[in-house]
Ligand binder design. Structure first.
Ligand SMILES: [Zn+2]
Ligand SMILES: [Zn+2]
Length: 339
């Protein structure tokens, strides 16, 4: 048996032949980045390679002075004989599955992904390989998403009802991905949409990257309180437990996350309402992606990795769980109000 092209080290996923790391969690000389969430794109590496649409958000988060090379999807480049290409992961703008091919081995490191087309992010593309590295954030059969259109319909209805009661609607959503997806899908004829600074900064970065979005207004101290009546505000969850929300009173709060699928979590997180919408694949999505890959070898990273890898082994795959420092959707690398 030939040596595996990729290995799992204490710094991250490593390709010795090309001498590059994928989503390393420690500073390295060259990092290939699947997407700009901060548990996958960490500071301190000397060089970065990422997808075009990750460019401005990476600069926003890691600093303007990073050494960053970007590529488009399906545009292979070669490093010491290893053919490397990026393919849509459908997770957030700029998210990629990274494919590495050398001799008879083809590896795909999928990063975070979802299969549903959200109408905003370039949709997931199945990529065949011999070795497939998959997340398992929602790797339990209980996670079974409803279509986005249904969830958004529910949010629109909730917003309308709040408006009828003279309340402002506050939505907790991650600053990269979830927030933009909701902004795009909502019915803006209901009322104005405002955003927190952390989300505004990401919107601006995506705009610089040429990604078009529906217009929103940044919440500032100068805006009169009355302007928020019947409006919808999108902010990172961490901002909603602070005095920042005082200006919106009276208001209703909703959390939009895959974790809303689990009873009790919305209570613990102090939300009045929960909508189940995730930027990660649900159980069926994970299984589908593994099937599409046609890989014999599956490596399961962050999430319910023991459950999912065991299930895969029972179905006849050669599946292993792998220790990484990636986090799930609860944090999505956005625990603070920082961008
Ligand atoms: Zn992510
Ligand atoms: Zn992740």
């Amino acid at each position: 048996m030939s040596t595996p092209l990729l290995s799992f080290t204490n710094k991250g996923i490593y390709c010795a032949q090309a001498d590059v790391f994928i989503d390393p969690w420690q500073p390295v000389h060259k990092a290939l980045v699947t997407h700009a969430h901060s548990d996958h794109a960490r500071m301190g590496s000397r060089k970065y390679l990422a997808h075009d649409q990750s460019k401005e958000v990476l600069k926003l988060r890691l600093g303007d002075d990073i050494q960053l090379q970007t590529v488009k999807y399906n545009q292979p480049l070669s490093i010491n004989g290893v053919k490397i290409s990026f393919h849509p992961a459908g997770h957030v703008p700029g998210s990629a599955q990274i494919r590495l091919e050398y001799k008879a081995q083809t590896w795909v490191v999928s990063g975070d992904y979802k299969l549903e087309d959200d109408g905003f992010t370039i949709p997931f593309e199945p990529v065949k390989c011999t070795h497939f590295v998959t997340e398992s954030t929602f790797g339990l059969p209980v996670f079974n998403w409803r279509p986005q259109s249904e969830v958004i319909e529910g949010i629109n209805r909730w917003w309308l009802a709040n408006k009828a009661e003279g309340k402002t609607s506050l939505i907790a959503a991650y600053a990269l991905g979830k927030a933009q997806r909701i902004i795009q899908a909502l019915d803006h004829s209901i009322g104005p949409v405002f955003v927190h600074g952390a989300i505004h900064n990401v919107n601006e970065a995506l705009h610089r990257n040429g990604i078009k979005q529906k217009p929103t207004t940044l919440v500032t101290p100068e805006i009169a309180k009355e302007a928020y009546k019947g409006a919808l505000i999108i902010a990172p969850g961490s901002a909603l437990g602070t005095s920042w929300t005082r200006r919106f009173q009276p208001f209703a709060i909703a959390q939009v996350s895959g974790w809303m699928n689990i009873r009790g979590i919305k209570k613990r997180r102090g939300s009045h309402q929960g909508f189940v919408l995730s930027d990660h694949a649900d159980w069926k999505g994970l299984v589908q992606a593994v099937k599409w890959s046609q890989a014999e070898n599956i490596y399961v990273t962050h999430g319910y990795k023991s459950v999912f890898s065991r299930w895969l082994r029972e179905q006849g795959w050669n599946a292993d769980e792998v220790e990484t420092l990636y986090e799930g959707e609860l944090s999505e690398g956005e625990s603070g109000t920082q961008v």
